[in-house]
Design a protein around this ligand. Structure first.
Ligand SMILES: Nc1ncnc2c1ncn2[C@@H]1O[C@H](COP(=O)(O)OP(=O)(O)O)[C@@H](O)[C@H]1O
Ligand SMILES: [Mg+2]
Length: 447
């Protein structure tokens, strides 16, 4: 049996008035592999614990197969959890660790056949007689996984199960988890802060920021049609280039997006998206360019839809199969707060009784977004973070990172011609919401 899990307007406060999860609604289909993705502290574990019944929701409902599970204790939810820190009983062998929950759930029944079948499935037969201290991290996590699987639960809840492992092992186990859960067809909710893990594992990915759901969609959708700047910046490596631009669309002339010292001309015939962009005339926007939207080539090599700019090489990152080139194009990068970890949560403002409808809507919007997804107020924030904080990532010089083959001999200080593919251009408004490609027009890619 596998189950549908849904969250309906679920909020959670540990401290009165401070919501760490904010009106979260999410429907997880039976057999689906859903990944909860977000920076540390954004409320992922809290959501998972509410699904498990280890925490109760402050508001809203957790439903299992359509029934409110509010009063159902964890033991009656028939779900198995796997945690980051393995949590094996140190004084029990692998076999006993896997068999222990079975003995409790079905006393009098011999757990061995199930333990053996599970061990075969995971390829850990030879580890069954060892104690946890005699196992490596990866082996311990396999045993922990075995303990979850052997129970034949109706859902798996996994909280960063691979975070304590080294990169190679993590990739290996990631593939194993994906094939195992698909084979078992059991609903899985998987928590991670690692976007690559989320994209490779999930049927769908739900992106959380400061306890607020930003977007839920297939990996392709959240990558190719991010709802806002936060999702765009959180997903994908190298991180998307986000540049502050200004839309120029005089009534009589051609349209362009100014990027400080250079500009992207948008020539006719305009796409529907580009025509919609006209209403942003004179407004500041954020231009998003994933590294695949820019290539190193001369203006004469431009294909239809590509426009020429140039960049000064600031830094070259050799990666073996490819090279990441950091250019200075004379534009200002947009700063997206909360990418690494949310700011400390501020208590929710008590709603004023006498407040106007507009005030309440404003409060609501602010609450839903958990603060702006982009900082455009302070022109000085482009380089360093605000309030003297460190910038969100160890910023390397340059405002545009482009991926290329290692064939080019690029050195610091070279001026290089670039072509920008307008078909891959994202434009976000001042609040960080995507306006290009226009949200309403495009259906979800795989749904
Ligand atoms: N038991 C608790 N009591 C008080 N605050 C908590 C508790 N558990 C988590 N929090 C707070 O709730 C927020 C979300 O935490 P958590 O769900 O663990 O985030 P994540 O798993 O995304 O890192 C954090 O600010 C954290 O400090
Ligand atoms: Mg957590």
């Amino acid at each position: 049996m596998t189950r549908a899990i849904s969250l309906h307007q679920v909020s959670k406060s540990y401290t009165r008035g401070v919501r760490v999860v904010e009106r979260l609604s999410l429907d997880i289909r039976p057999g689906e592999f859903l990944v909860l993705l977000g920076p540390s502290g954004c409320g992922k574990s809290t959501v998972l614990r509410m699904i498990a019944g280890l925490e109760s929701a402050t508001e809203g409902e957790v439903r299992l197969d359509g029934e409110d599970a509010g009063d159902l204790p964890p033991s009656e939810r028939d779900m198995a959890m796997v945690f980051q820190n393995f949590a094996l009983y140190p004084s029990m062998t692998g076999r006993d660790n896997i068999g222990f929950p079975l003995r409790i759930e079905t006393p009098g029944e011999d757990p061995r056949p199930r333990v053996d079948a599970t061990a075969r499935m995971l390829g850990i037969e030879d580890l069954l007689d060892r104690f946890p201290h005699q196992l490596s991290g990866g082996e311990r996590q396999r045993v922990a996984m075995g303990r979850a699987i052997a129970r034949h639960p109706s859902a798996f809840l996994m909280d960063e199960p691979l975070s304590n492992l080294d990169a190679k092992l993590r990739n290996h186990l990631r593939a194993e988890i994906a094939s195992l859960t698909r084979e078992l067809g059991v609903t899985t909710v998987y928590v991670t802060h690692d976007q690559a893990e989320a994209l490779s594992l999930g049927d769908r990915v739900a992106v959380l920021r400061g306890g607020v759901l930003q977007q839920v969609g297939t990996p392709r959708t959240v990558y190719a049609l991010p709802a806002n700047v936060f999702v765009a910046a959180f997903i994908g490596t190298p991180r998307i280039n986000l540049l502050r631009g200004l839309v120029r669309a005089p009534l009589d002339g051609a349209m362009s997006i100014s990027l400080g010292k250079q500009y992207l001309p948008l020539r006719e015939p305009w796409s529907v998206d580009q025509r919609l962009l006209r209403v942003q005339q004179g407004r500041e926007v954020i231009v998003g360019l994933r590294s695949e939207a820019v290539r190193l080539a001369k203006p004469s090599e431009a294909r239809p839809g590509e426009v020429a700019i140039s960049g000064l090489v600031e830094h070259v990152e050799f990666q073996g199969h490819e090279v990441l080139v950091h250019f200075n194009t004379g534009s200002r990068p947009a700063v997206v707060p909360d990418l690494e970890a949310p700011r400390p949560v501020r208590p929710v403002r008590r709603r004023r009784r006498e407040g106007s409808l507009l005030d309440r809507l404003r409060d609501r919007r602010a609450g839903l977004r958990a603060g702006p997804v982009v900082d455009l107020d302070d022109p000085a924030d482009a380089g360093a973070g605000r309030d003297g904080e460190m910038p969100p990532e160890g910023r390397l010089p340059g405002d545009l990172v482009v991926r290329t083959t290692p064939d080019f001999d690029l050195r610091h200080g070279m001026q290089v011609p670039l072509l920008v593919d307008l078909a891959h251009l994202f434009v976000f408004d001042q609040h960080g919401e995507r306006i290009c490609p226009a949200p309403a027009r495009l259906p979800d890619l795989d749904e």
